[in-house]
Design a protein around this ligand. Structure first.
Ligand code: PLP
Length: 302
C-alpha cells in the first residue's frame, strides 16, 4: 500500500515529495513538526485520528514562535490531513507527520525574510518502544535552559543524544532532567509517577513539551477515577522511590516504566493505577468510549 503526502499544495505519492538540498530549515532546524496517531479499530473498520485539532493548534503556536506564516487555517490543516490518511487507505495504525518549515532555498541563520511551507505525510507505524514496560535511565543530556518549548526540529538534537545514549547503554528510553536537575520528561514522552499514593507529573513551566496525551491522562484520571494529578517539581530521588511510573506520548501511547537506572520501581511489576489508566486510555484512542468520541476523527467515510 503506497503512502501519500500533501506536498507543495497537492497530494502526491510519498516518493515524489522531495526537497531541494538548499532548503533553509534542513540546515538550521527552523521547522515545527507534529506527531499524530491514527489508530486502527478493526471492529469499526476505521482509523481514528487522535486529538487532531489539538496537535495542529500546538503546531500553529510553534509557527508563531518561528515566524512561520501558513496560508492554512486550523480547519484546513485537519481537512488536508484526513484526506492524506484516507488516500493512503491503510488498515492498521498509522503515524502522521506534519511539518511547517522555512522553505526558501537560501542559506543564512535567521527567521526573517524566508518563505514558509507546510507538508504532511502518513505511514504505518506500530509500537514505538518494543516492550510492554520500559526500562529507563536518567540521561546525562539536559535541555538547553533558554528553550522556547515547541516541537521545533532543531531542539530535538538534545533528545536524539539522550535516546541514543540510553539505547547504547541497554535501556529502552531516556529520562531527561531540567538544567537545574528536576525530572523533565522522556526523549519523546511525558512522565507520570505515583508518589505516596498521589498521581504526580512534571509542571508545564519546567520547560517540558506539554503533551496532548499527558492532558488525556490527566483528564481520564479526574473524570473516570476521581483522581487529581499534582503538577510539581519532581526530584531525581523520587524516581527511584516512586510506587509507579509511566510515560505518555503520541509515539508510545502509554507505557508503564518498571525500572530506572537498574533500580526496580516498587516490585518491578506494572502498577495498579498505571494498568487502570492504560486500559482506559486504549479504549479512548480507539473511539470505543463514546464520552470521548469528539477526540477521535474518523478517516474513512461510511
Ligand atoms: C519531548 C517530548 N515530550 C513529550 C511528548 C508527548 O507529547 P504528546 O503527548 O503531545 O505526543 C513528546 C511527543 O510529542 C515529545 O517529543
Amino acid at each position: 500500500m503506497p503512502s501519500y503526502a500533501y506536498f507543495q499544495n497537492r497530494i502526491v505519492p510519498l516518493e515524489d515529495a522531495n526537497l531541494n538540498v538548499m532548503t533553509n530549515f534542513m540546515h538550521y532546524g527552523t521547522a515545527v513538526f507534529e506527531g499524530i496517531r491514527g489508530n486502527w479499530n478493526d471492529a469499526h473498520k476505521q482509523i481514528y485520528i487522535f486529538r487532531l485539532k489539538e496537535h495542529y493548534q500546538r503546531m500553529l503556536d510553534g509557527c508563531h514562535l518561528l515566524n512561520i506564516e501558513l496560508p492554512h487555517t486550523l480547519d484546513d490543516l485537519c481537512r488536508i490531513t484526513v484526506e492524506v490518511v484516507a488516500k493512503c487507505g491503510f488498515e492498521e495504525d498509522v503515524y502522521v507527520r506534519p511539518l511547517a518549515y522555512k522553505s526558501s532555498q537560501a542559506m543564512g541563520v535567521r527567521l526573517h525574510n524566508l518563505e514558509s511551507d507546510f507538508l504532511v505525510f502518513a505511514f504505518p507505524w506500530g509500537r514505538y518502544l518494543d516492550t510492554d514496560h520500559a526500562r529507563c535511565c536518567v540521561s546525562s543530556w539536559r535541555f538547553p535552559s533558554e528553550v522556547p518549548r515547541a516541537k521545533i526540529t532543531g531542539l530535538y538534537v538534545t533528545n536524539a543524544f539522550a535516546k541514543t545514549e540510553a539505547v547504547e547503554n541497554g535501556f529502552d528510553e531516556a529520562i531527561m532532567l531540567t538544567p537545574d536537575g528536576h525530572v523533565a520528561e522522556g526523549s519523546g514522552e511525558n512522565i507520570f509517577l505515583v508518589i505516596n499514593g498521589q498521581l504526580v507529573t512534571t509542571p508545564g513551566t519546567d520547560g517540558i513539551l506539554v503533551g496532548i496525551n499527558r492532558n488525556t491522562v490527566i483528564t481520564l484520571a479526574r473524570e473516570e477515577l476521581g483522581i487529581e494529578t499534582v503538577e510539581r517539581h519532581i526530584s531525581r530521588n523520587e524516581l527511584y522511590t516512586a510506587e509507579e511510573c509511566f510515560l505518555t506520548g503520541t509515539a508510545v501511547h502509554f507505557v508503564p516504566v518498571t525500572e530506572i537506572d537498574r533500580r526496580k520501581i516498587a516490585d518491578g511489576k506494572i502498577g495498579k493505577l498505571s494498568a487502570k489508566l492504560q486500559k482506559l486510555f486504549h479504549e479512548v484512542i480507539l473511539s470505543n468510549n463514546p464520552k470521548y468520541a469528539e477526540w477521535c476523527t474518523p478517516v474513512y467515510e461510511k
